[in-house]
Every structure is written in C-alpha cells, then in structure tokens.
Design a protein around this ligand. Structure first.
Ligand SMILES: Cc1cc2nc3c(=O)[nH]c(=O)nc-3n(C[C@H](O)[C@H](O)[C@H](O)COP(=O)(O)OP(=O)(O)OC[C@H]3O[C@@H](n4cnc5c(N)ncnc54)[C@H](O)[C@@H]3O)c2cc1C
Length: 471
C-alpha cells in the first residue's frame, strides 16, 4: 500500500470541475493528483454534452437535407443510425484524449481508482492512502429514478444507456420534458421514431420563460411529437411488444404504449462511494453543502460542479472548479456569482436563456418587456425559418437587461449577445444604437434592444423600423 502526503491538491473526480481545478492549481505551481473511478472527462465528454450534441448534429443534417429538396437537391433517406453513432464515439474519444493529454502535459498525476474518505483530507484510493493540503470533491451526479411502480420489472433507458442503443426503437416514450428529455426527443423524432414526451409540470421546459415554453411546445407538436403535460406517470408494466405507461392527467387515467421508455427526470449527486461520514463534510439531499467560496464544512475541503446544489451545466462546473482552486490557494477569496450564466437546450427549435424570467424579474423590479418574433427578422424570412421569438426583459430605471430568452434557430449563439451586455452592464438603448449587419439573425437582437430602449424612453420608431427592413 502506498502512503503519500506530499500533495497540495487531491481532486476526486476527473470531470469538468475536477480537471479544471487540477489544471488551475498546476498552473499555480502546485502538486496535484486526480483520482477518477471511470473515464476521464466525466459526464460531459463521455455521456453528456459531447455525445448528445453529435447525435443532434446528425439530426440537424437530416433536417437540412430534407429541406434542401425544395431547392432541387435530391435526398434519399437511409438508415444512418450506425454512422451517427460512429461519429459520436469518435468525437467522444477525441475530446477525452485531448483532455488527458492536457493534464499529462501539465504534470498532473492521474490515478484510476475509487476514492473514499479515510479521515479529514485523507483519502483511500483502491489501497493507496493519499493525504493532501487541500481536497476538491468533484464527483458529479448520476441519473435519478422517480418513484414509479413497476420500474424494476421493465427495461428502460436513461440518458447514458440511450447512447448505447444498437437499433432504433419504433416508438419511445420519454418521461421528463426538461432539457435532457427534449434533446433526446428531438433526436429520436427526427430519425423517424414515434416520440412521446410526458411531463408532470404544466408545461415543457418548466425552468424556461412560459412564452418560450409555449412556442417550443407548439413547434414540437407540429413536428409530430406526442406531448403530455400535467401528466404524472404512476405505473409501468411490460407488454408483449414493449412497455405500457399508466398515468394520470388532471384526474383522468391515461395509458400510453411504447416499444421503449427513457427516464429523464433529473440528476442528483451520488455520494455513496465517498464515505463522507469519515470526513467533516456536511451534505444534504441536494448534494454537498458549500459556502460562497465553495468550501465545505471541512477546512481545506472544497466541492464544485454537479456534486453541489447549483446549476448542472458544464460551463458552471468549469467556473466552479476554477474558482475553488483559486480560492484554496489565495488569501483573497472570491464569492461565486451565477447572475449571468447562459444556458442552451439543443432541441429543434433551440432554446437559450440568461438571467431572470419575466415572472422572476417582475417580482422584484419595475420592468419593461419586448417580444421580437423571428417572423420580423429579414434573415429568418430568407432562411424560411420564422418559428422563433426573442424575449428581452429590462429594468426600467437603469435600462439594463435582467433577462433574455430565445427560442428559434441559433438561439444558443444569439444568447451570448445578451450575456455579454448583461455582464458589461450596457443599457438596452446603447446596445440598440449598434449598427447590425443586414441580413443576420443577430439583427433581431439589436432590433429588440432598439425597440425596448424606445419603449422605456417613450421615443418613436427606431432606425431599423424607419428603414423599412422589417414590419
Ligand atoms: C445527457 C446530458 C447532456 C448534457 N448536455 C449538456 C450541455 O449540452 N451543456 C452543458 O453545459 N451541460 C450539459 N450536461 C451537464 C454536464 O454534463 C454536467 O453539468 C457536467 O459534466 C458536470 O461536471 P462535473 O465535473 O461536476 O461532474 P462529472 O463530469 O460527472 O464528473 C464527476 C466524475 O467523478 C467521478 N467519481 C465519482 N465518484 C468518484 C469517486 N468516489 N472516486 C473517483 N471518482 C469518482 C465520476 O466517475 C465522474 O467521472 C449534460 C448532461 C447530460 C447527462
């Protein structure tokens, strides 16, 4: 058994939060070891962002090819599922290899083992006893199972096993209509699988602004998805050809049959392997508890990423890993700050948002709201892609954006215009004064800011309306 106490930082978990913290500490000249029980790169690289976005890229290409028929391109649809999966596997490997190479170049020691606490800042990693000045817990989260009767008696998929399907099912029922469920729904539906989404809340994408969610739902239904909202799944049972879902919707009983089901009802920290009882780290049902500097109740022990109760996003895990490493090696500590965190749902149409929803903003502020439909953006018309909405919410006194919500093509790129403006504190009339190039989808954002500034300032028509480039 090896016993080593020479480390400045021991990282548990080689995902986005852990590897970022390790690289940050190595950059500060610290001696770092990362213990990872599975594949380096964690959820995002291996079973999250990267593989799902490759699948969705495949779906995008199929949609574009079908649309191209109207422009004289002949398309013949083949079963390309195996090819898409090959792309997914290659990209996942490439991203993982790039990450491992970067850690090795930085001189970080990598240990393939399961780490569990063995006292304060001491960890047993498959037989090795490692003690360190600082520990970062970055153990991530795993899919949660809802309390549904009969789940143990049927075959079901989760976001990880759905990536390993050998053959596409004829039909799929996805339980959970938030971003993971809707991204998979978009993929399966585009590939011709009869797709049903069941959501317990009164709308899809319940964390998004309600107007955005309404437009998204309408678009998904138009694409042929079966959508059930306000619907609680009570029981599942095997049938000859698949699974029968017994649900209730506003008091009515409902049965939905599908060849397979996918559970996408959220992810939670899995702390079982860490043996936290032998450390001084406090945790609750949402994950490990941390203060504003990301330090746990144990001195010198920090936590970051999905393992703490914040936003479960890759860029948040990276931000927290970076912040935790800087805080542990600095006398000046910085508070975590989540005010401007953009998020994207890669459904079709795409949804992206940053800051507060209208309901959240109006609870505390005097606000002005502006809705800019894609149908009034020249580039969207040219692309024959007018299903979309840019919704901006500004604080009346300061004219600064409090939130931005976009549904439509390229929402995930456009949202960064709003994130930048919010981060820099630029008032909407100043943003609207920017001359935006014609034709571009970005113009829609600047139109919206121009109009919002005019609305707050009670001015007349903005420049873009006066020019007649839009209605
Ligand atoms: C299907 C899906 C799609 C997603 N798409 C996006 C997206 O498009 N954009 C986005 O921003 N986010 C996305 N996410 C979320 C994103 O992947 C996570 O928020 C992010 O990966 C969290 O990083 P992390 O470092 O906290 O945890 P992880 O990446 O999960 O890393 C934790 C690591 O710790 C290891 N570990 C756990 N316990 C131990 C132990 N005891 N000893 C050693 N190792 C241990 C695990 O094996 C794991 O590798 C997606 C997630 C899923 C599931």
């Amino acid at each position: 058994m090896r016993s080593d106490s020479s480390y400045d930082l021991l990282v548990i978990g080689g995902g986005s939060a852990g590897t970022t913290a390790a690289m940050t500490a190595a950059d500060l000249g610290k001696k770092v070891i990362v213990v990872e029980k599975d594949k380096l790169g964690g959820t995002c690289t291996n079973v999250g962002c990267v593989p799902t976005k490759v699948l969705l890229h495949g779906a995008d290409l199929i949609r574009a090819a079908m649309k191209a028929e109207a422009y004289g391109v002949n398309t013949e649809r083949k079963d390309g599922f195996d090819l898409i999966k090959e792309h997914k596997n290659n990209m996942t490997k490439e991203m993982r290899d790039t990450g491992v190479a970067a850690l090795e170049r930085a001189g970080i020691e990598l240990l393939s083992a399961t780490a569990r606490f063995n006292g304060h800042r001491a960890v047993l990693a498959d037989g090795d006893l490692i003690e360190s000045e600082n520990v970062l817990i970055a153990a991530g989260a795993t899919p949660l199972l809802p309390p549904i009767e009969g789940l143990d008696s049927v075959d079901f998929l989760n976001s990880t096993t759905a990536l390993e399907l050998d053959v596409l099912p004829k039909s799929i029922a996805i339980i959970g209509g938030a971003y993971i469920g809707l991204e998979f729904a978009t993929f399966f539906n585009t590939l011709g699988v009869e797709t049903t989404v069941i959501e317990a809340f009164d709308r899809l994408a319940p964390n998004e602004d309600d107007e955005i969610s309404a437009l998204l739902t309408k678009a998904l239904k138009k694409q042929g998805m079966n959508i059930f909202i306000n619907t609680l799944v009570k029981k599942v049972e095997a049938t000859g050809g698949g699974v029968r879902i017994n649900a209730s919707s506003k008091g009515d009983a409902l049965q939905i049959d599908a060849e397979t089901i996918l559970i996408a009802t959220g992810r939670g920290a899995d702390l079982s392997s860490l043996d936290l009882e032998s450390s001084s780290v406090k945790y609750g049902h949402k994950g490990i508890e941390v203060d504003d500097h990301l330090q746990t109740s144990g001195a010198g022990i920090y936590a970051a990423g999905d393992v703490i109760a914040s936003l479960q996003l890759e860029h948040v895990a990276v931000y927290e890993g970076w912040l935790a490493a800087n805080n542990m090696f600095s006398t000046v500590k910085t508070d975590r700050d989540y005010r401007v965190i953009p998020r994207i749902m890669f459904s079709h149409p795409e949804v992206a948002s940053v800051g507060m929803t209208e309901d959240e903003a109006s609870a505390e502020n005097s606000i002005e709201v502006l809705n800019q439909p894609y149908s009034a953006i020249p580039m969207a018309k040219i692309n024959e892609d007018t299903t979309g909405l840019i919704k901006l919410i500004a604080d009346r006194p300061s004219k600064k954006l409090l939130g931005a919500h976009i549904v439509g093509t390229d929402a995930g790129n456009l949202i960064h215009l709003a994130a930048l403006a919010m981060n820099a504190g630029i008032p909407v009339d100043k943003i609207g004064a920017t001359v935006a190039a014609y034709p571009s989808l970005s113009q829609g954002f600047f139109f919206a800011c121009e109009d919002l500034g005019a609305k707050i300032g009670s001015r007349g028509k903005g420049r873009s309306q006066a020019s007649g480039v839009r209605e």
